[in-house]
Design a protein. Structure first.
Length: 256
């Protein structure tokens, strides 16, 4: 899936419902504390997942141009780790990919539909994947990766805050994503280097659904202010009983 790997610097700005309506005699809950609570909720929820399915939208700026929104159905299993994605009506409709770290020699199985449709095995970090309209390879995305990196990141951030006393603020806003309420977290100032992004990130926003604490939307901007990446998620199905057949190119429901 589209690589939405958020690294250490994002961790402190994340995760669970904002505390509202505190009594007048109680101290106000800081935005950082609310963000930390949201993070703990998200990481805690994902710990109970073996697999999930979801609908994802993706929009990226490629070679200076903001591309049309793509919509994908995705399956993601934790262990053995595998991903399946199929593009829904819109750009690249019918495209499919499968990536399993322990199958197909570590290659992406890539199917392009059409009259002269074809299937190839691709290097996840190869030039063809990058030329296929991806700022990031589709092998490092998903909420398992996000939860793991956020957990590592919040620990690193706490350590840094203890050593230098720096405690950057985070803005929290309420929005609606796919007709459902969500809360968005946006840190003050540019984040530390992503390490994966092919451009200098100026700011980065992560939104969680109020009802389940799962990711609703992620947006990233270039340091010059241009929106570079926009992803959203909906219709999560948790632990749907995915098997090896869900990540098999010979699955009769697929077109590989």
């Amino acid at each position: 899936m589209t690589r939405m790997v958020l690294t250490v610097g994002l961790a402190w700005m994340l995760a669970a419902p904002v505390v509202a309506g505190a009594a007048d005699d109680e101290p106000a809950v800081s935005n950082r504390d609310q963000a930390a609570a949201m993070l703990r909720r998200f990481v805690g929820e994902v710990e109970g997942f073996d697999a999930y399915t979801a609908i994802m939208t993706k929009q990226q700026r490629i070679e200076g141009e903001l591309q049309p929104v793509e919509t994908l159905f995705m399956k993601h299993r934790r262990a053995p780790e595998c991903r399946y994605m199929k593009w829904l009506p819109g750009p690249e409709e019918g495209r499919e990919i499968i990536f399993c770290a322990e199958r197909y020699k570590g290659k992406i199985k890539f199917h392009q539909p059409g009259f002269f449709g074809w299937t190839m095995s691709l290097d996840p970090d190869g030039s063809f994947v990058k030329r296929s309209g991806n700022l990031r390879p589709p092998t490092e995305g998903g909420i398992f990766n996000l939860a793991e990196r956020l957990q590592l990141g919040i620990e690193a951030q706490r350590s840094e805050a203890e050593s230098d006393g720096d405690d950057p603020d985070v803005a929290i806003s309420a929005i609606t994503v796919h007709d459902a309420p969500a809360r968005c977290l946006l840190p003050a100032g540019p984040p530390p280097d992503d390490g994966h992004a092919p451009y200098p990130i100026g700011k980065r926003e992560l939104c969680f659904y109020d009802d389940n604490g799962l990711p609703a939307q992620i947006r990233m901007w270039h340091e010059d202010g241009r929106l570079m990446e926009h992803y959203s998620f909906r219709d999560f199905a948790v632990n749907p009983g995915l098997s090896d057949a869900d990540f098999d190119v010979d699955n009769e429901d697929y077109d590989f």
